[in-house]
Design a protein around this ligand. Structure first.
Ligand SMILES: Nc1nc2c(ncn2[C@@H]2O[C@H](COP(=O)(O)OP(=O)(O)OP(=O)(O)O)[C@@H](O)[C@H]2O)c(=O)[nH]1
Ligand SMILES: [Mg+2]
Length: 340
């Protein structure tokens, strides 16, 4: 599995057939240059980028993981879990779909006074600049104000096909309740298709993938077929630790924490990892550590299990907690913590 994470690609597209112009601010464009592909290979192979967008907590990361069949992106029942875009590469013999998981767009996410929120907002906007198709995930319960905001702020600016996926249909009973929702959704935006799915229960995902593939260009693959993501293992390790922080702590504190992996070293048959959990205040540090260090021990052992499962090796994980005052408010601090 680790071999699938070969190299880091800071840009969404940057490959031998295509060059992406450097993005400045919110704008960016695509320049096609010197296309020298094998025509017969192109004729029966499709490839393209697919952004998954939606309000927080609707199931975007769960959808990515279940299409890939691999736990790549972290998930939780709390909103604003995903902070940075992440590519998940789904390859078959004649198809390569490169999914882009994005932070949920929330009412506060454009607020510039919170640098982290604003960063997350820009990550989502950037993720849709250079993709072929967009999947708008909404809850099968029905259209909400949050979905309306995603539509107004994002979808109406796009000139690419947008498919709506109604997620969490496993919670809808009887299924006839879906019909009026689908009808209502078809009135609010010009979606190419509306597909009911359950990301968690793997329902409707083949239909969704089939629908997306209709809109992908015929061209060779961008990445090797066994590559799973653009992110390095260090990034994923930091995310798996953060996932446990979100799960083990109360409502507010996870938004004030982040993780930096300082060391990732393979030694004989064990992988040694040192990571630092940053919080904003001393009082938060005490909460993360817990009485007698119990909470940080639980965070560490659960995160270690996720990492071991993924890399299929024994892991020694050393966690420390440090305070960095107001890191979520300052763009310069964000950059030093990996939010670039
Ligand atoms: N019942 C049910 N729960 C689901 C389904 N898909 C996702 N969930 C749950 O919804 C919650 C949110 O899932 P995530 O995948 O983290 O949602 P997200 O849209 O990525 O959230 P953000 O990253 O915060 O924007 C988790 O508790 C998931 O287990 C589904 O199809 N059915
Ligand atoms: Mg997510």
């Amino acid at each position: 599995m680790a071999g699938a994470l070969r190299h880091k690609r800071p840009e969404l597209r940057n490959h031998r057939y295509r060059i992406v112009t450097q993005k400045s601010g919110n704008t960016g464009g695509r320049v096609d240059v010197g296309v020298t592909t094998n025509m017969s290979e192109e004729a029966d192979h499709k490839a393209g980028f697919v952004a998954i967008v939606g309000r927080p907590n609707v199931g975007k990361s769960t959808l990515l993981n279940h299409i890939l069949g691999s736990k790549l992106s972290i998930t939780s029942r709390k909103p604003q879990t995903t902070r940075q875009r992440l590519l998940g590469i789904h390859s078959t013999d004649n198809l390569q779909m490169i999914f882009v998981d994005t932070p949920g767009l929330s009412p506060t996410s454009r607020n510039k006074s919170n640098a982290l929120n604003h960063y997350m907002y820009l990550e989502t906007i950037r993720s849709t600049l250079d993709v072929d198709v967009c999947v708008h995930l909404i809850d099968a319960d029905g259209w909400s104000d949050g979905d309306e905001q995603v539509s107004n702020r994002l979808l109406l600016q796009l000139e690419i096909p947008v498919i709506c996926a109604l997620n969490k249909i496993d919670l809808i009973s009887p299924k006839s309740r879906l019909l009026p929702v689908m009808q209502a959704v078809s009135q609010v935006y010009d979606y190419k298709a509306i597909i009911p799915v359950s990301a968690l229960k793997n329902q409707g995902l083949d239909i969704l993938v089939g629908e997306i593939s209709k809109y992908l260009p015929q061209q060779p693959k961008y990445f090797e077929a066994d590559q799973l993501t653009d992110k390095p293992l260090r990034f994923l390790v930091g995310e798996w630790i953060r996932e446990q922080i979100i799960r083990q702590l109360g409502e507010e504190l996870p938004y004030r924490t982040t993780v930096v992996v300082e060391t990732y070293k393979e030694q004989n048959n064990i992988t040694l990892i040192d990571a630092i959990i940053y919080v904003e205040r001393e009082s938060q540090k005490r909460i993360v550590i817990g009485k007698g260090g119990r909470r940080i021990k639980t965070i560490g052992s659960q995160a270690r299990r996720s990492i071991e499962k993924f890399i299929d090796r024994q892991v020694h994980l050393d966690l420390r907690v440090r305070t960095k005052a107001n890191w979520t408010q300052a763009p310069t601090e964000l950059a030093t913590l990996g939010y670039q």
